[in-house]
Design a protein around this ligand. Structure first.
Ligand SMILES: [Zn+2]
Length: 249
């Protein structure tokens, strides 16, 4: 009895360490998968030479990957469930019909349009604790309330909940992480991770500061920019930004 309790609690610790390592690696764009496995092995081989927790941690890791790469149908069903389970209330925001979203500079376009990742660190909104709302840099859609922000020490702003219907989840191009994009303009925000036990909601939206703009409480939110022909203009904008980014190099 005491033996099994001991083992179980150790697994929990190992699990969170492994998850922590995976999260850090996971946040970094195109992090090599091998380094994550290396961390898994070195972390789990340290205590007491008991093989069981290693297997436990590995199978947990594999289960996660399997879940992430499951078929589109399954993941979209899961996405629906995730969004209905926990989401902050929808907020009232004026809408404005426009031909173009907010202009982006080269750095912003790299993250928002080309799905890049900002370097981690205490800059941007990582350490911001003020009350207010985080909106999409590109279209002004309200994404996160400051109440959902927490300190994850991962180097990026972290939220455990989104404003209802503001964020869309999709499988990342890497095939295993879950990418988050603005539900209004499709701009890249970052990734979402579940099961890390940082907060009760057990969810971490790892968001690039540059994808957002903070509006302090009491200040009016700018209207959400809504575009009709998004696909066509996005393709044009992307081509333009890419050309601009190339000439800027
Ligand atoms: Zn947006």
């Amino acid at each position: 009895m005491s033996q099994s309790t001991k083992t179980r609690s150790w697994i929990a610790v190992a699990g969170s360490t492994v998850m922590g390592a995976a999260i850090l690696a996971g946040c970094v764009e195109s992090a090599p998968q091998a380094s994550v496995s290396d961390i898994v092995v070195s972390e789990t081989s340290a205590p007491a030479g008991d093989a069981a927790p290693v297997d436990e941690a590995k199978s947990q890791d594999e289960k996660q990957k399997t879940t992430a790469v499951s078929s589109d149908a399954t993941s979209s069903a899961k996405e629906k469930k995730m969004s209905s389970d926990s989401q902050s209330d929808e907020i009232k925001q004026e809408e404005k019909s426009v031909e173009k979203y907010n202009p982006l500079n080269a750095k912003e376009a790299y993250v928002i349009m080309q799905k890049g990742t900002e370097a981690p660190g205490p800059g941007g909104y990582t350490m911001t604790k003020d009350a207010g709302t985080y909106i999409c840099r590109r279209c002004n859609a309200a994404l996160y309330k400051s109440e959902a922000k927490f300190e994850s020490h991962c180097g990026w702003p972290s939220f455990d909940d989104e404003i209802k219907n503001a964020v869309k989840r999709q499988t990342d191009a890497d095939g295993y992480r879950v990418e988050i994009i603005c539900n209004n303009c499709g701009g890249h925000l970052g990734h979402v991770f579940e099961g890390e036990r940082f907060t009760e909601k057990n969810t971490r939206h790892c968001v690039n500061s540059i994808s957002m703009k903070f509006i302090a409480e009491g200040k009016p939110l700018p209207p959400k920019l809504v575009k009709e022909d998004i696909e066509k203009e996005e393709a044009e904008a992307k081509a333009k930004k890419e050309a601009a980014a190339k000439s800027a190099e």
